[in-house]
Design a protein around this ligand. Structure first.
Ligand SMILES: [Zn+2]
Ligand SMILES: [Zn+2]
Length: 343
């Protein structure tokens, strides 16, 4: 019997038995071997599903092995080690038709294959649902992982690392020599730091209320801690105070990038004359506008080449039974980078 971590009603998270159907055309079933515990799962719990119909199968930063393949799937085989991506492209929507697959409005999903034992359909978080022994996803969501890269590291690429690094390289296109501030130094923030280092930023300032997290960022490539004027400011937190800080730090012509998910109703105040005088740009990053098939292989290669430190980001290994508690602890574990559920 398969098991998964389910949000069944507001605030009710538990590990339970689940039923996983065979994949339909264009889909595959993956045995999950590792899944990162990302803040977005906590956001889903705290926002009563955050747009996902309850009951919800949590988890969206997973890697594993293909166990079954539906008809009409090319290029993948049973036994392949894969990383799951949630920010895929349909190839048909208005944005895809305009040649902007990174802004796809209708990422493909394999809804209806996952159930509770009472038969009710589970909605997998961000179309993946990786806090489970198995899940079913559209084939386009699976990207092969090089044999040498451990899955407990590879899974981080699926959300935190793609979001952080690609926010720098794709959303903001930080040029060599730029100065960068990163507000919020958890797994995504440290990935922004690493992305800025890879982009060749001259100055990378780590900002976090927790001094230990600031210090930790220095090991990932930050060159300074605390506030200072910069060309690019990344708000990885998404609260009023952090977004207003990002705008305040910008030099003339600077760009603020909003990455962190804000709670419903969160608002910030803009000083319009100052914004105008400084010619500020504000960009929003949905997962760094990453495209799994283009970006994951490159990120995995950088990890193998030592350009991207994934190993140091895995700070704790848990079992599936630990997942509900791990979500709770996300609120209170400041020195943690990433907990990874290993199955
Ligand atoms: Zn599309
Ligand atoms: Zn995530």
């Amino acid at each position: 019997m398969d098991r998964g971590v389910v949000l069944s009603a507001p605030g009710a998270v538990a590990l339970e038995q689940i039923v996983v159907d065979q994949p339909k055309p264009g889909e595959l079933a993956v045995r999950i071997e590792a899944s990162g515990v990302c803040h977005t799962d906590l956001h889903v719990v705290e926002e009563d599903g955050w747009g996902h119909a309850l009951p919800v199968l949590l988890g969206h930063e997973g890697a594993g092995t293909i166990e079954a393949i539906g008809p009409d799937v090319d290029g993948l085989s049973v036994g392949d080690r894969v990383l799951l991506g949630w920010h895929t492209a349909c190839g048909e929507c208005e944005q895809c038709a305009r040649g902007l697959p990174r802004q796809c409005k209708r990422p493909p999903a394999a809804y209806g294959r996952l159930h509770r034992t009472d038969g009710s359909v589970l909605t997998p978080v961000l179309r993946t649902g990786t806090f489970a022994t198995r899940t079913v996803v559209p084939a386009v969501a699976a990207v092969k992982v090089p044999d040498e890269l451990p899955l407990e590291q590879a899974c981080l690429i699926g959300c935190a690392v793609a979001t952080g690094v690609m926010s720098v390289l794709e959303t903001a296109r930080v040029p060599p020599g730029a100065s960068v501030a990163v507000i919020g130094c958890g797994a995504v923030g440290l990935s922004v730091v690493q992305g800025a280092r890879i982009a060749g930023a001259a100055e990378i300032r780590a900002i976090d209320l927790d001094e230990r997290k600031q210090e930790q960022a220095l090991r990932f490539g930050a060159t300074a801690v605390g506030e200072g004027p910069v060309d690019f400011a990344f708000d990885v937190v998404g609260r009023r105070a952090t977004f207003e800080l990002a705008l305040r730090l910008l030099r003339g012509g600077g760009t603020a990038v909003l990455i962190g998910l804000s709670p419903a109703g969160e608002k910030a105040e803009l000083d319009l004359p100052r914004l105008f005088a400084k010619r500020v740009t504000v960009r929003t990053s949905h997962g760094g506008d990453h495209l799994p098939h283009e970006d994951f292989p490159r990120l995995a290669q950088w990890a193998l080449d030592g350009k991207l430190d994934l190993a140091s980001m895995v700070t704790r290994r848990l079992t599936l039974e630990d997942a509900p508690r791990a979500l709770d602890e996300l609120r209170s574990s400041p020195d943690l980078v990433r907990s990874v559920i290993v199955l």
